[in-house]
Design a protein around this ligand. Structure first.
Ligand code: HEM
Ligand code: SF4
Length: 554
């Protein structure tokens, strides 16, 4: 994990003093709301329906137990006793008091956290694979590159006022777990045939009101050119992005307008001026970044014996066996496993986590995973480095604390935005819909039979809940002042990224669990063997689903 140096600490201290003064001037009436707006946004502070909302960066999802405990303290003392894990691996507080935000930021700075650039039209937190560094299918650990991007993009004067916000994701594994195709820039770090490290570069992906899958603009960018090439992309965007229309200002609109080929050519031309300049990464710089992501102090374990013990325990305990199947993944080191703690038990807003739970996770991280945890874009928490021999003990404790729901990757592991309960932009509530669907499908064995199935919910077309890329997506819409829900099918955010197709007219909140049940019924009666929902949908198309859902009652 990256550790702040004195320079980082100073910069943050100065930033907080500056923001404290700005907040004071706003509260005294010396700054108008519209003058305060860009200042607060640059520090992660939104004003939403009921209270301000403060977004805290979790760089590429990595968080340690000290930071978790500080978040718990903030939730308890400054908020209403909980916070929220977002779909970009960040943490949000929903109820801070504006006057206390500078104090919260000061508390966070002490544990190397902040909200800088977590909102506003700048380069946001770079997201990544929550299993980075431990995944069995990883080619290259993406985290050093995320850190390089973080350092370069933080306070970058040229890119502080872009036409619109800008999001970058990096993955280094065969399976894309970072949704790189729906980011402004998506990077896949890999090795070429000669064994050199570099990036496949996608640009112009995004969700929101105009969802677009990113276009591949470079097959292999040698690693030393990471920053110079990003700089070239951002420079073209900064100069040509639509500043006249907020809804057309994202890079995806520019890339679409000029075509990906032309955009790529413009970037190459710009890059030719930049590539041998000061942003070209030296070997020492790359090694320096890598040095923060060395392996923890793994023991040499007998992987086979450890697995045999776990299998034995699973035979004796069905609940443990289920949890192993859904919430535990392989690890590149023999005898270790990566565990996902579910923040999706029925009845809890997806991604919400209480102060006490944050402390419990910190304890579990200390006891079982070298003091570190990861946030996931599916709004769960990962303990990445657990000894297999500890899995049973971890499961028991996680169960007591409420994070052992064995539903990772299933229909009830719902991605959901805050929606109408919190967000002033919402057309409809999303959290109660998630809960109603979880209640409809509370039989885990039934849910397991369905296999991997992503259901994503957004309360409006801004798509914070990634509904376009859910196998089933739900979008809150407003129909003459009433809350309705549109259903989309066939989306995916994995390697085979696709955007869902709208099924047809929208439904009332009360209808939603039944509608989802009907979709599942169609899937079950049409699937072959172990086929997944997304594959059945792609094979049979929307017609059978439409027929069933819109059939006249008789
Ligand atoms: C509650 C206050 C929030 C407000 C006012 C808000 C506002 C917005 C807006 C206006 C957009 C669309 C911007 C665009 O596409 O240009 C957006 C997109 C997005 N938001 Fe939020 N949001 C809020 C909370 C959240 C939360 C809690 C999450 C995570 C759970 C989230 C995650 C995202 C993501 C991932 C996008 C992606 C769409 C994209 O950039 O392609 N937001 N948000
Ligand atoms: S999708 Fe809409 S309702 Fe949901 S958090 Fe984003 S802006 Fe708010």
């Amino acid at each position: 994990m990256y550790i702040y140096d004195e320079y980082d600490h100073n910069i943050l201290r100065e930033r907080i003093a500056q923001f404290r003064a700005q907040t004071g001037r706003f509260l005294d009436g010396d700054l108008k709301p519209e003058e305060f707006l860009p200042l607060r946004l640059q520090n992660g502070l939104y004003v939403q329906r009921l209270a301000p909302m403060l977004r805290i960066n979790v760089p590429y999802g990595m968080i340690n137990s000290t930071q978790l405990r500080r978040l718990a303290h903030i939730a308890r003392h400054y908020d209403k006793g909980y916070c929220h894990v977002t779909t970009r691996q960040n943490i949000q507080f929903n109820w801070p008091d504006l006057t206390e935000v500078p104090d919260i930021l000061a508390e966070l700075a002490e544990v190397q956290m902040h909200g800088t650039q977590s909102s506003g039209n700048c380069i946001r937190n770079t997201t990544s694979d929550p299993f980075a560094g431990v995944a069995e299918d990883e080619q290259v650990d993406p985290r050093p590159y995320c850190e390089i991007i973080r350092q370069w993009s933080s306070f970058h004067p040229e890119f502080a006022f872009l036409p619109r916000k800008f999001k970058i994701a990096v993955t280094g594994s065969a399976s894309d777990r970072a949704a790189v195709h729906v980011h402004d820039i998506g990077l896949e770090v890999l090795k070429n045939e000669a064994g050199e490290t570099g990036f496949r570069v996608y640009v112009g992906g995004g969700l929101g009101r105009t969802p677009v899958i990113g276009s591949l603009i470079r097959e292999f960018l040698p690693e030393e050119h990471l920053l110079s090439y990003l700089e070239a992309i951002l420079r073209i965007y900064n100069q040509s992005g639509r500043r006249d229309n907020k809804y057309k200002a994202r890079i995806k609109i520019l890339v679409k307008a000029v075509t990906a080929e032309v955009f790529a050519a413009q970037v190459e031309q710009e890059w030719n001026h930049l590539k041998d300049g000061y942003t070209r990464l030296t070997r020492e710089e790359i090694e320096r970044a890598r040095s923060f992501f060395t392996s923890p102090d793994y023991q040499t374990l007998d992987g086979k014996a450890a697995q045999a013990d776990v299998d034995d325990q699973a035979l004796q305990n069905v609940g443990f066996a289920k949890w192993l199947r859904r919430n535990v993944r392989g690890h590149r080191i023999p005898g270790y496993a990566a565990v996902t703690l579910s923040l999706k038990p029925t009845g809890v807003a997806p991604g919400d986590i209480t102060d006490t739970q944050l402390e419990r996770i910190a304890d579990l991280a200390d006891e079982f995973s070298f003091g570190e945890a990861r946030t996931t874009h599916e709004q769960n928490i990962v303990l990445a480095d657990v000894r297999k021999s500890d899995l049973f003990a971890l499961w028991q404790k996680a169960d007591t604390f409420g994070f052992a729901t064995a539903n990772i990757g299933t229909l009830t592991d719902i991605i959901c935005c805050p929606g109408g309960d919190f967000c002033s932009l919402a057309n409809a509530k999303s959290i109660p819909i998630a809960e109603a669907i979880q209640r409809q499908f509370d039989d885990l064995d039934y849910v397991y039979d369905l296999g991997d199935l992503n259901l994503n919910i957004s309360g409006c077309m801004n798509a914070c809940g990634h509904h376009h890329v859910g196998h089933i997506g739900i979008l809150g819409v407003d129909k003459k002042g009433e809350e309705f829900y549109q259903v989309q099918l066939g989306g995916s955010s994995s390697n085979d990224t696709s955007l869902g197709d709208v099924l047809g007219p929208s439904f009332s909140a009360a209808d939603m669990p039944v509608v989802i049940q009907k979709l599942i019924d169609v899937f079950i009666s049409n699937r072959t063997d172990e086929e997944l929902f997304i594959d059945t949908y792609r094979r049979i198309g929307a017609a059978p689903f439409k027929e069933r859902v819109y059939a006249k009652a008789h």
